[in-house]
Write a protein that binds this ligand. Structure first.
Ligand code: NAI
Ligand code: MG
Length: 360
């Protein structure tokens, strides 16, 4: 019998519903590995980082955290954030620390419409909808440049500056990534999201780089759409979308809109990629730690399981990734749904239904 391919995965469940959805994804992946009869296996190492870790240590992550996970094949992440820690401390301290520390500069966020789930977007009833948001994940509005000062002026006198950083290197690499992705899809089209009418420096550079990169891909259709108009287009003309490339903040907002249009934030998957594979990539649902429903066993695991499927693609197991996506669709079509999408099933029920459909 041939050698088992072993994948070392760092699991970072984090806070709130994070541990619940990460457990669901691990269960699906381990079921796949068992069914592979020794073809591949996952070795899990769990890291306890998050707001509970912060309460014990005063830090969101070990000092050398990014270094400790650098040699893993991939990271599987839940969500971070809890009311005990300010959100900018928890997000910067863990998720952004990992994404930036490991230069996971491309964030891929498919918007998927599933059978059996009533999407608020009525167009989904008649047209097959399927697009993917490609998010610049390393700079832009989340570059972390700025500061606060003048508190000494007294109440009401403080000043804060939050700068956006757009580099030609950063724009070009994410746009090439988007065009390369478009070439793998049925519809070869890239829509660039901009706001260059109002933001005349960073977004004009973004537009110029887009035009330059587009010239290298004459076989790919393009358009450039202002972010506010793109929000409307997600609702009114979604059948015109295939790959949507956008800055860090714009894509953050648009991808939540996309998941909401497909039925719930709990459905959306994402991959934080270092496409050069110098560092491990990180797979996580789009949603946050959902403190309002955490610990009740009712959160939707589909986004986290879909993220596990993206991890399989990245590890060279694309056929297995498709198998997981088909199992998710089959479980939804069979009516096994959590309450955010109108059902009564628990997180565990949905996970078990996906595992049951892996064979189909
Ligand atoms: P959220 O995504 O946690 O929740 C927004 C709404 O969606 C809530 O009503 C929640 O119940 C629902 N929801 C989210 N995930 C769900 C799931 N799996 N199943 C069913 N319903 C689900 O966003 P919110 O409330 O703005 O933030 C909560 C915390 O999460 C904050 O601390 C925030 O900073 C953090 N956050 C972390 C992210 C990450 O780690 N990647 C991303 C977004 C927010
Ligand atoms: Mg977000």
């Amino acid at each position: 019998m041939s050698e088992t391919r072993r994948f070392r995965i760092a699991s970072i469940p984090g806070d709130g519903v994070g541990p619940e959805v990460v457990a669901a994804g691990r269960q699906v992946l381990d079921a796949l590995a068992t069914a592979s009869h020794g073809a591949f296996a996952f070795e899990w190492t769990e890291f306890p980082w998050g707001c509970g870790f912060h309460a014990r240590t005063g830090r969101m992550i070990d000092e050398d955290g990014p270094e400790r996970v650098r040699d893993f094949d991939a990271l599987y992440f839940g969500a971070v954030g809890w009311p005990t820690v300010p959100d900018h401390v928890s997000l910067w301290g863990l998720r952004l620390r990992l994404c930036q520390g490991l230069d996971q500069w491309a964030n891929v966020r498919p918007v998927t419409f599933l059978p059996g789930i009533t999407a608020p977007l009525r167009a989904a009833d008649t047209a097959p909808l399927d697009w993917v948001v490609v998010r610049e994940n390393s700079e832009g509005e989340y570059g972390g440049f700025g500061g606060r000062n003048f508190a000494g002026r007294g109440p009401g006198g403080e000043v804060a500056v939050q700068s956006s950083v757009f580099t030609e290197v950063g724009c070009e690499r994410i746009m090439r990534f988007a065009f390369d992705l478009a070439r793998t899809r049925d519809r070869r089209k890239v829509s660039s999201v901009t706001k260059s009418n109002a933001q005349q420096y960073g977004m004009v550079l973004w537009d110029e780089v887009f035009a330059r990169v587009a010239a290298d891909y004459p076989d790919v259709e393009t358009e450039s759409v202002l972010v506010d108009a793109m929000a409307a287009k997600f609702v009114l003309r979604p059948q015109d979308l295939s790959v949507v490339v956008a800055s860090n903040l714009h894509a953050d907002i648009l991808s939540d809109l996309g998941s909401a249009l497909s039925g719930s934030l709990g459905l959306a998957a994402s991959a934080n990629l270092n496409p050069e594979r110098r560092t491990p990539s990180m797979f996580e649902p789009v949603h946050g730690s959902a403190p309002d429903i955490a610990g009740q066993g009712v959160c939707n695991p589909v986004g986290a399981i879909g993220s596990a499927a993206l991890m399989l693609d990245h590890l060279g197991l694309a056929a297995e990734g498709d198998r997981v996506r088909r199992a998710i669709a089959a479980a939804c079509a069979a009516g096994v749904r959590t309450r955010d999408v109108g059902g009564t099933a628990s997180t565990k029920d949905v996970t078990a239904a996906v595992v049951d459909h892996l064979g189909g």
